[in-house]
Write a protein that binds this ligand. Structure first.
Ligand SMILES: NC(=O)CC[C@H](N)C(=O)O
Length: 380
Protein backbone atom coordinates (compact mmCIF):
# COMPACT_ATOMS: atom_id res chain seq x y z
CA UNK A 1 0.00 0.00 0.00
CA UNK A 2 1.29 3.47 -0.84
CA UNK A 3 1.18 6.26 1.71
CA UNK A 4 -0.15 9.64 0.76
CA UNK A 5 1.69 12.87 0.32
CA UNK A 6 1.92 14.64 3.64
CA UNK A 7 -0.78 17.30 3.75
CA UNK A 8 1.67 20.03 4.70
CA UNK A 9 3.63 19.59 1.50
CA UNK A 10 0.62 20.04 -0.75
CA UNK A 11 -0.36 23.17 -2.63
CA UNK A 12 -2.30 26.04 -1.02
CA UNK A 13 -6.08 25.77 -1.46
CA UNK A 14 -9.13 27.87 -0.56
CA UNK A 15 -12.73 27.05 0.23
CA UNK A 16 -15.01 29.90 -0.82
CA UNK A 17 -18.64 30.25 0.27
CA UNK A 18 -21.27 32.14 -1.66
CA UNK A 19 -21.66 34.67 1.17
CA UNK A 20 -18.01 35.69 0.76
CA UNK A 21 -16.49 33.74 3.64
CA UNK A 22 -13.11 32.22 2.70
CA UNK A 23 -11.16 29.44 4.45
CA UNK A 24 -7.50 28.88 3.58
CA UNK A 25 -5.85 25.47 3.74
CA UNK A 26 -3.94 22.93 1.67
CA UNK A 27 -5.02 20.84 -1.28
CA UNK A 28 -6.30 17.39 -0.38
CA UNK A 29 -6.89 14.84 -3.12
CA UNK A 30 -6.86 16.36 -6.59
CA UNK A 31 -5.66 19.89 -7.32
CA UNK A 32 -7.99 22.09 -9.35
CA UNK A 33 -11.43 23.61 -8.91
CA UNK A 34 -14.82 22.23 -7.94
CA UNK A 35 -18.25 23.53 -6.96
CA UNK A 36 -21.13 22.22 -4.88
CA UNK A 37 -23.47 22.87 -2.00
CA UNK A 38 -21.41 22.99 1.23
CA UNK A 39 -22.95 20.58 3.75
CA UNK A 40 -21.57 19.05 6.94
CA UNK A 41 -21.70 15.44 8.02
CA UNK A 42 -21.27 14.50 11.67
CA UNK A 43 -20.29 10.84 11.14
CA UNK A 44 -17.19 9.88 13.10
CA UNK A 45 -16.72 6.86 10.83
CA UNK A 46 -17.84 5.77 7.39
CA UNK A 47 -16.23 8.33 5.11
CA UNK A 48 -15.89 5.75 2.33
CA UNK A 49 -19.64 5.08 2.35
CA UNK A 50 -20.38 8.82 2.53
CA UNK A 51 -18.15 9.72 -0.40
CA UNK A 52 -19.61 6.98 -2.62
CA UNK A 53 -23.28 7.65 -1.70
CA UNK A 54 -24.90 8.96 -4.93
CA UNK A 55 -27.18 11.22 -2.85
CA UNK A 56 -24.15 13.48 -2.29
CA UNK A 57 -23.91 14.34 -6.00
CA UNK A 58 -23.03 18.06 -6.43
CA UNK A 59 -22.31 18.57 -2.75
CA UNK A 60 -19.05 19.56 -1.07
CA UNK A 61 -19.02 17.56 2.15
CA UNK A 62 -17.41 18.91 5.31
CA UNK A 63 -16.39 16.22 7.82
CA UNK A 64 -16.95 17.48 11.37
CA UNK A 65 -14.81 14.60 12.69
CA UNK A 66 -11.36 16.18 12.85
CA UNK A 67 -9.31 13.20 11.71
CA UNK A 68 -10.27 11.64 8.41
CA UNK A 69 -8.58 8.90 6.41
CA UNK A 70 -7.17 6.88 9.29
CA UNK A 71 -8.45 3.58 7.92
CA UNK A 72 -7.55 4.31 4.30
CA UNK A 73 -9.65 3.04 1.39
CA UNK A 74 -10.70 -0.58 0.90
CA UNK A 75 -12.23 -2.60 -1.93
CA UNK A 76 -15.41 -3.57 -0.08
CA UNK A 77 -17.24 -0.56 1.37
CA UNK A 78 -18.13 1.50 -1.72
CA UNK A 79 -21.85 2.24 -1.95
CA UNK A 80 -21.68 2.69 -5.74
CA UNK A 81 -19.20 2.60 -8.62
CA UNK A 82 -17.51 5.90 -7.83
CA UNK A 83 -17.12 8.87 -5.48
CA UNK A 84 -20.05 11.24 -5.97
CA UNK A 85 -19.29 14.17 -3.68
CA UNK A 86 -18.03 17.10 -5.70
CA UNK A 87 -15.48 18.06 -3.04
CA UNK A 88 -14.26 17.04 0.40
CA UNK A 89 -13.27 19.25 3.33
CA UNK A 90 -11.27 17.87 6.24
CA UNK A 91 -9.36 19.23 9.15
CA UNK A 92 -6.52 16.81 9.79
CA UNK A 93 -6.04 14.10 7.17
CA UNK A 94 -4.33 10.85 8.13
CA UNK A 95 -0.69 10.87 7.14
CA UNK A 96 -0.29 7.10 7.32
CA UNK A 97 -3.52 5.10 7.05
CA UNK A 98 -3.66 1.81 8.88
CA UNK A 99 -6.29 -0.89 8.60
CA UNK A 100 -6.15 -4.56 7.67
CA UNK A 101 -8.57 -3.98 4.78
CA UNK A 102 -6.98 -0.78 3.44
CA UNK A 103 -5.65 -1.01 -0.11
CA UNK A 104 -4.59 2.65 -0.48
CA UNK A 105 -4.93 5.99 1.24
CA UNK A 106 -8.02 8.20 1.00
CA UNK A 107 -5.83 10.96 -0.43
CA UNK A 108 -4.64 8.67 -3.24
CA UNK A 109 -8.21 7.56 -3.97
CA UNK A 110 -9.38 11.18 -4.19
CA UNK A 111 -6.54 11.88 -6.63
CA UNK A 112 -7.32 8.74 -8.67
CA UNK A 113 -10.98 9.78 -8.97
CA UNK A 114 -10.07 13.42 -9.57
CA UNK A 115 -11.95 14.71 -6.52
CA UNK A 116 -10.75 18.13 -5.39
CA UNK A 117 -10.52 18.56 -1.62
CA UNK A 118 -9.07 20.83 1.02
CA UNK A 119 -7.47 20.08 4.38
CA UNK A 120 -6.14 22.00 7.33
CA UNK A 121 -9.05 24.39 7.76
CA UNK A 122 -11.05 25.08 10.90
CA UNK A 123 -13.95 22.74 10.17
CA UNK A 124 -15.60 23.61 13.49
CA UNK A 125 -15.83 27.29 12.56
CA UNK A 126 -17.06 26.31 9.09
CA UNK A 127 -19.74 23.99 10.50
CA UNK A 128 -20.95 26.66 12.93
CA UNK A 129 -21.15 29.08 10.01
CA UNK A 130 -23.21 26.63 7.91
CA UNK A 131 -25.42 25.87 10.91
CA UNK A 132 -26.14 29.57 11.45
CA UNK A 133 -26.42 30.67 7.81
CA UNK A 134 -27.58 27.39 6.25
CA UNK A 135 -26.10 25.17 3.54
CA UNK A 136 -24.89 27.26 0.63
CA UNK A 137 -23.06 27.17 -2.67
CA UNK A 138 -19.31 26.86 -2.41
CA UNK A 139 -16.13 26.10 -4.31
CA UNK A 140 -12.68 24.66 -3.60
CA UNK A 141 -9.77 26.07 -5.58
CA UNK A 142 -6.08 25.12 -5.73
CA UNK A 143 -3.20 25.24 -8.20
CA UNK A 144 -3.96 27.20 -11.33
CA UNK A 145 -7.57 27.72 -10.24
CA UNK A 146 -6.51 30.16 -7.52
CA UNK A 147 -7.47 33.80 -8.14
CA UNK A 148 -8.51 36.78 -6.04
CA UNK A 149 -11.15 36.09 -3.40
CA UNK A 150 -13.59 38.41 -5.18
CA UNK A 151 -13.20 36.51 -8.46
CA UNK A 152 -13.73 33.17 -6.75
CA UNK A 153 -16.83 34.36 -4.86
CA UNK A 154 -18.26 35.53 -8.17
CA UNK A 155 -17.62 32.09 -9.71
CA UNK A 156 -19.39 30.42 -6.77
CA UNK A 157 -22.36 32.76 -7.04
CA UNK A 158 -22.75 31.82 -10.71
CA UNK A 159 -23.43 28.16 -9.79
CA UNK A 160 -26.96 26.69 -9.66
CA UNK A 161 -28.77 26.40 -6.32
CA UNK A 162 -29.53 22.92 -4.97
CA UNK A 163 -33.18 23.94 -4.66
CA UNK A 164 -34.76 23.10 -8.01
CA UNK A 165 -32.01 20.75 -9.22
CA UNK A 166 -33.03 17.43 -10.78
CA UNK A 167 -30.13 14.98 -10.38
CA UNK A 168 -31.43 11.43 -9.97
CA UNK A 169 -31.18 10.56 -13.66
CA UNK A 170 -27.52 11.62 -13.64
CA UNK A 171 -26.59 9.05 -10.98
CA UNK A 172 -29.01 6.15 -11.57
CA UNK A 173 -28.13 2.98 -13.47
CA UNK A 174 -28.86 3.02 -17.20
CA UNK A 175 -29.34 -0.77 -17.33
CA UNK A 176 -31.50 -2.99 -15.15
CA UNK A 177 -29.66 -5.59 -13.05
CA UNK A 178 -30.55 -8.27 -10.52
CA UNK A 179 -29.21 -8.73 -7.00
CA UNK A 180 -29.94 -12.38 -6.16
CA UNK A 181 -31.49 -13.47 -2.88
CA UNK A 182 -29.04 -14.86 -0.35
CA UNK A 183 -30.20 -18.39 0.50
CA UNK A 184 -33.74 -19.39 -0.36
CA UNK A 185 -35.59 -16.90 -2.58
CA UNK A 186 -38.86 -15.82 -0.98
CA UNK A 187 -39.83 -12.58 -2.72
CA UNK A 188 -39.18 -10.49 -5.81
CA UNK A 189 -38.85 -6.73 -5.46
CA UNK A 190 -38.65 -4.13 -8.23
CA UNK A 191 -36.36 -1.35 -6.97
CA UNK A 192 -36.47 2.00 -8.75
CA UNK A 193 -32.91 3.37 -8.76
CA UNK A 194 -32.86 7.10 -8.09
CA UNK A 195 -29.28 6.87 -6.73
CA UNK A 196 -29.43 3.61 -4.79
CA UNK A 197 -26.70 2.66 -2.30
CA UNK A 198 -25.30 -0.85 -2.71
CA UNK A 199 -26.12 -1.84 0.85
CA UNK A 200 -29.87 -1.42 0.28
CA UNK A 201 -30.43 -4.34 -2.13
CA UNK A 202 -27.95 -6.31 -0.02
CA UNK A 203 -30.12 -5.83 3.09
CA UNK A 204 -33.10 -7.09 1.09
CA UNK A 205 -31.14 -10.01 -0.38
CA UNK A 206 -30.21 -11.06 3.18
CA UNK A 207 -33.94 -11.50 3.78
CA UNK A 208 -34.53 -13.78 0.81
CA UNK A 209 -35.52 -11.02 -1.61
CA UNK A 210 -34.41 -11.07 -5.25
CA UNK A 211 -34.01 -7.41 -6.15
CA UNK A 212 -34.50 -6.17 -9.72
CA UNK A 213 -32.85 -2.76 -9.77
CA UNK A 214 -34.42 -0.70 -12.56
CA UNK A 215 -33.38 2.64 -14.10
CA UNK A 216 -35.02 5.83 -12.85
CA UNK A 217 -36.85 6.05 -16.18
CA UNK A 218 -38.52 2.64 -15.75
CA UNK A 219 -42.21 2.53 -16.67
CA UNK A 220 -45.09 0.87 -14.85
CA UNK A 221 -44.86 -1.97 -17.41
CA UNK A 222 -41.14 -2.40 -16.68
CA UNK A 223 -41.87 -2.69 -12.95
CA UNK A 224 -44.65 -5.22 -13.32
CA UNK A 225 -42.75 -7.23 -15.95
CA UNK A 226 -40.67 -8.66 -13.10
CA UNK A 227 -43.86 -9.76 -11.33
CA UNK A 228 -42.89 -8.06 -8.06
CA UNK A 229 -44.20 -8.89 -4.59
CA UNK A 230 -43.15 -5.39 -3.60
CA UNK A 231 -41.82 -2.17 -5.08
CA UNK A 232 -39.01 -0.07 -3.60
CA UNK A 233 -38.02 3.57 -4.33
CA UNK A 234 -34.45 4.44 -3.40
CA UNK A 235 -32.54 7.38 -1.99
CA UNK A 236 -31.18 9.92 -4.44
CA UNK A 237 -29.72 13.40 -4.95
CA UNK A 238 -31.38 16.69 -5.78
CA UNK A 239 -34.67 18.40 -5.05
CA UNK A 240 -37.66 16.04 -4.75
CA UNK A 241 -39.91 18.83 -6.01
CA UNK A 242 -38.46 18.15 -9.48
CA UNK A 243 -39.15 14.40 -9.50
CA UNK A 244 -42.34 14.32 -11.57
CA UNK A 245 -41.55 10.99 -13.27
CA UNK A 246 -40.96 9.02 -10.05
CA UNK A 247 -44.02 10.62 -8.41
CA UNK A 248 -46.21 9.51 -11.34
CA UNK A 249 -44.70 6.01 -11.24
CA UNK A 250 -45.25 5.71 -7.49
CA UNK A 251 -48.83 6.91 -7.90
CA UNK A 252 -49.39 4.02 -10.33
CA UNK A 253 -47.90 1.55 -7.82
CA UNK A 254 -50.14 2.91 -5.04
CA UNK A 255 -53.19 2.58 -7.27
CA UNK A 256 -52.37 -1.13 -7.68
CA UNK A 257 -51.94 -1.53 -3.91
CA UNK A 258 -48.59 -3.31 -4.34
CA UNK A 259 -46.57 -3.39 -1.08
CA UNK A 260 -44.32 -0.35 -1.21
CA UNK A 261 -41.23 0.82 0.68
CA UNK A 262 -39.22 4.01 0.14
CA UNK A 263 -36.00 5.34 1.61
CA UNK A 264 -34.99 9.01 1.76
CA UNK A 265 -35.70 10.41 -1.74
CA UNK A 266 -38.23 7.54 -1.88
CA UNK A 267 -39.89 8.93 1.26
CA UNK A 268 -40.10 12.37 -0.31
CA UNK A 269 -41.62 10.82 -3.47
CA UNK A 270 -44.24 9.03 -1.33
CA UNK A 271 -44.98 12.32 0.41
CA UNK A 272 -45.56 14.00 -2.92
CA UNK A 273 -47.63 11.10 -4.31
CA UNK A 274 -49.90 11.47 -1.26
CA UNK A 275 -50.30 15.19 -1.88
CA UNK A 276 -47.87 16.61 0.70
CA UNK A 277 -45.27 19.22 -0.15
CA UNK A 278 -41.50 19.06 0.33
CA UNK A 279 -39.21 21.86 1.46
CA UNK A 280 -35.52 22.55 1.93
CA UNK A 281 -34.09 22.32 5.43
CA UNK A 282 -31.75 25.06 6.58
CA UNK A 283 -28.72 22.80 6.89
CA UNK A 284 -30.12 19.27 6.70
CA UNK A 285 -29.33 16.06 8.57
CA UNK A 286 -26.12 14.21 7.72
CA UNK A 287 -24.36 11.75 9.97
CA UNK A 288 -24.89 8.52 11.82
CA UNK A 289 -26.09 9.68 15.23
CA UNK A 290 -29.56 11.18 14.67
CA UNK A 291 -32.29 10.27 17.18
CA UNK A 292 -35.57 9.23 15.57
CA UNK A 293 -38.75 8.07 17.27
CA UNK A 294 -40.90 5.37 15.71
CA UNK A 295 -44.29 6.72 16.72
CA UNK A 296 -45.98 3.39 16.02
CA UNK A 297 -44.02 1.72 18.86
CA UNK A 298 -42.71 4.71 20.85
CA UNK A 299 -39.16 3.38 20.51
CA UNK A 300 -36.25 5.72 19.86
CA UNK A 301 -33.52 4.64 17.46
CA UNK A 302 -30.16 6.15 16.60
CA UNK A 303 -30.00 6.42 12.84
CA UNK A 304 -27.94 7.34 9.77
CA UNK A 305 -29.13 10.39 7.80
CA UNK A 306 -28.34 12.24 4.62
CA UNK A 307 -31.05 14.64 3.62
CA UNK A 308 -31.36 18.32 2.86
CA UNK A 309 -35.07 18.30 2.03
CA UNK A 310 -38.03 17.01 4.03
CA UNK A 311 -41.74 16.22 3.71
CA UNK A 312 -44.23 18.77 4.97
CA UNK A 313 -46.92 16.61 6.62
CA UNK A 314 -48.88 17.23 9.83
CA UNK A 315 -47.44 15.49 12.90
CA UNK A 316 -50.54 15.66 15.02
CA UNK A 317 -53.23 14.16 12.85
CA UNK A 318 -54.06 11.43 10.38
CA UNK A 319 -54.30 12.86 6.85
CA UNK A 320 -56.82 11.88 4.20
CA UNK A 321 -55.03 11.18 0.91
CA UNK A 322 -56.04 9.79 -2.50
CA UNK A 323 -54.87 6.40 -1.15
CA UNK A 324 -56.68 6.48 2.16
CA UNK A 325 -55.43 7.56 5.54
CA UNK A 326 -51.75 8.37 6.06
CA UNK A 327 -49.74 9.36 9.11
CA UNK A 328 -46.27 10.46 10.10
CA UNK A 329 -44.73 7.27 11.50
CA UNK A 330 -41.27 8.61 12.44
CA UNK A 331 -40.00 11.95 13.65
CA UNK A 332 -36.51 13.34 14.32
CA UNK A 333 -36.19 14.22 18.00
CA UNK A 334 -33.65 17.00 17.37
CA UNK A 335 -35.99 19.18 15.34
CA UNK A 336 -39.35 17.38 14.86
CA UNK A 337 -38.73 16.89 11.12
CA UNK A 338 -40.86 14.21 9.44
CA UNK A 339 -38.73 11.04 9.16
CA UNK A 340 -41.30 8.50 8.02
CA UNK A 341 -44.76 8.05 6.51
CA UNK A 342 -47.17 5.17 6.51
CA UNK A 343 -50.49 4.46 4.91
CA UNK A 344 -53.17 3.00 7.15
CA UNK A 345 -55.41 1.49 4.49
CA UNK A 346 -52.87 -0.18 2.23
CA UNK A 347 -49.36 -1.67 2.51
CA UNK A 348 -47.04 1.29 1.92
CA UNK A 349 -44.48 3.12 4.08
CA UNK A 350 -41.22 4.99 3.85
CA UNK A 351 -38.49 6.57 5.95
CA UNK A 352 -36.40 9.67 5.41
CA UNK A 353 -33.29 8.10 6.90
CA UNK A 354 -31.10 5.06 6.21
CA UNK A 355 -32.04 1.68 7.71
CA UNK A 356 -29.39 0.08 5.48
CA UNK A 357 -27.01 1.91 7.86
CA UNK A 358 -23.91 2.10 5.71
CA UNK A 359 -22.10 3.34 7.66
CA UNK A 360 -24.16 3.63 10.75
CA UNK A 361 -25.98 2.05 13.69
CA UNK A 362 -28.24 -0.92 12.97
CA UNK A 363 -31.22 0.17 15.10
CA UNK A 364 -33.45 0.67 12.06
CA UNK A 365 -32.82 -2.69 10.35
CA UNK A 366 -36.33 -3.79 11.45
CA UNK A 367 -37.77 -1.65 8.65
CA UNK A 368 -36.63 -4.21 6.08
CA UNK A 369 -38.47 -6.84 8.12
CA UNK A 370 -41.55 -4.61 8.09
CA UNK A 371 -41.36 -4.55 4.29
CA UNK A 372 -41.13 -8.37 4.27
CA UNK A 373 -44.20 -8.55 6.56
CA UNK A 374 -46.17 -6.35 4.16
CA UNK A 375 -45.30 -8.67 1.29
CA UNK A 376 -46.19 -11.75 3.38
CA UNK A 377 -49.49 -10.08 4.33
CA UNK A 378 -50.34 -9.46 0.70
CA UNK A 379 -49.78 -13.12 -0.13
CA UNK A 380 -51.83 -14.48 2.76
N1 LIG B 1 -30.30 10.58 0.68
C1 LIG B 1 -31.31 11.04 -0.04
O1 LIG B 1 -32.06 10.31 -0.67
C2 LIG B 1 -31.45 12.54 -0.10
C3 LIG B 1 -32.76 13.01 -0.67
C4 LIG B 1 -32.71 14.46 -1.13
N2 LIG B 1 -31.78 14.63 -2.21
C5 LIG B 1 -32.37 15.35 0.03
O2 LIG B 1 -31.31 15.91 0.07
O3 LIG B 1 -33.16 15.49 0.93
Amino acid sequence: MTTSTRGATKAPAVLVLEDGRVFRGRAYGAVGETFGEAVFSTGMTGYQETLTDPSYDRQIVVATAPQIGNTGWNDEDDESSRIWVSGYVVRDPARIPSNWRAKRSLDDELVAQNIVGISGIDTRALTRHLRERGSMRSGIFSGEALATDAELVEKVQAQPLMKGLSLYEEVATKEAYVVPAIGEKKFTVAAVDLGIKGMTPHRMAERGIEVHVLPATATEDDLYAVNPDGVFFSNGPGDPATAEGPVALMTAVLARRTPLFGICFGNQILGRALGFGTYKLKYGHRGINQPVQDRTTGKVEVTAHNHGFAVDAPLDKVSETPFGRAEVSHVCLNDQVVEGLQLLDQPAFSVQYHPEAAAGPHDAAYLFDRFVSLMEGQRA
